[in-house]
Design a protein around this ligand. Structure first.
Ligand code: AMP
Length: 341
């Protein structure tokens, strides 16, 4: 019997509760400082205590996972704390496609895959001296929006970049990616692609509450102008959205195009959970600024199912549970190789 393992952070609770609901054994790789939190939850069968998540790469941790026949579910913390090389070197089978995580972390590869998938994206700006409208400067990797800032000119950009260097958050221009700022309704579209059924399931939509940008919007312009505070887009929480039904057809098309492009460029393709993140403009046209090639924390809203999973399943279905169900089916049918890398 396989077990499900993940790092103690991000959406670990959802993942392991979902695995337990499907009758699988659950393991948590947990930093000592978080042990008190996670031992409250009875659906976690085993806690492997570590000083740092990098210990996943070490023999001791790997052999515990191997002994427990574990499948590791990657999430944002794995991407944020390990390099692509480190992730690719993990010997424990990883649910989905670990090779596509490199395409998530590298902005240029990311843009390439979104172009291949025909996703409309905001224009990227080649260098600070080409800034002539409002742009957002973003850090590479899964920084969670921390330290992202807006600028309308090269001077403004330089000032804010220097501040981030002073704070030790970046080393220089190479650590920032510039993109045209798109305004509208932000929506984070959550999908699951089943390599066993060869079917795309649309799981839900969320919006993110980001600090301090959300708070700044509550301050009148005249007060904002007197403030020295810079923006940041640090995700603090998520809340649910439902889309106008007339937008759903396009949502499925975007998901399917993304799957086709991934299968072509990053074999074995976009298996399992993923998210396309972007903005609907005033004409209800979507522009994707990002994708996540693994489960996103916004799925935590729907631990009991979402309006969209209710349409597909006759029982509460979280993304964590859906992953476990795919693993269980693959295990029964001797197809684990088709759902892991
Ligand atoms: P990302 O790391 O690309 O997911 O961006 C983090 C946050 O920055 C998003 O959740 C949005 O709030 C904001 N953001 C990123 N790119 C854009 C964009 N092109 N236009 C407007 N907002 C953006």
């Amino acid at each position: 019997m396989v077990s499900v393992a993940t790092l103690g952070s991000h959406c670990a609770l959802q993942l392991l509760k979902g695995a337990k609901d499907e009758g699988l054994e659950t393991l948590l790789i947990c930093e000592k400082k978080r042990e008190n939190l996670y031992k409250r939850f009875k659906f976690i069968d085993k806690i492997i205590l570590v000083d740092s998540f990098l210990e996943v790469l070490e023999q001791k941790c790997e052999s515990i996972l191997q002994k427990n026949n574990s499948i590791l579910i990657p999430h944002g913390t794995l991407i944020a704390q390990m390099s692509s090389e480190q992730i690719e070197s993990i010997k424990t089978p990883i649910f989905g496609n670990k090779n596509i995580l490199r395409w998530e972390s590298d902005r240029n590869l990311k843009q390439k895959l979104m172009n291949e998938a025909n996703l409309p994206t905001p224009k990227s700006i080649a260098s600070p001296n080409a800034i002539n409208s409002l742009v957002i400067a973003k850090r590479h990797g899964a920084a969670g929006g921390k330290g992202y800032f807006l600028a309308s000119s090269e001077d403004e950009y330089n000032k804010k970049r220097d501040q981030l260097i002073k704070e030790g958050m970046i080393n220089g221009d190479n650590d920032l990616y510039l993109q045209e700022y798109t305004s509208g309704v932000l929506a984070y579209l959550q999908f699951f692609y089943s390599p066993l059924k060869k079917e795309l399931e649309f799981f839900g939509v969320d919006k993110r509450h980001e600090s301090n940008i959300e708070g700044l919007a509550r301050i009148p312009a005249e007060n904002q102008l007197k403030m020295e505070k810079f923006t940041s887009f640090n995700v603090i929480a998520n809340s649910p959205l439902v889309l106008r039904e007339s937008l759903l057809d396009d949502v499925y098309t975007m998901g399917e195009n993304f799957i086709k492009a991934s299968a072509k460029h990053v074999p074995p393709g976009m298996n399992g959970p993923f998210c396309i993140e972007g903005v609907y403009d005033e004409n209800a046209r979507f522009s994707a600024f990002e994708f996540s090639a693994r489960i996103v924390a916004g799925t935590n809203i729907f631990m009991n199912g979402s309006p969209y999973t209710t349409l597909i399943f006759d029982e509460p279905m979280s993304m964590g549970r859906r992953i476990a169900r795919e693993i269980k089916q693959a295990d029964t049918e001797n197809q684990l190789k088709n759902v892991t890398t």
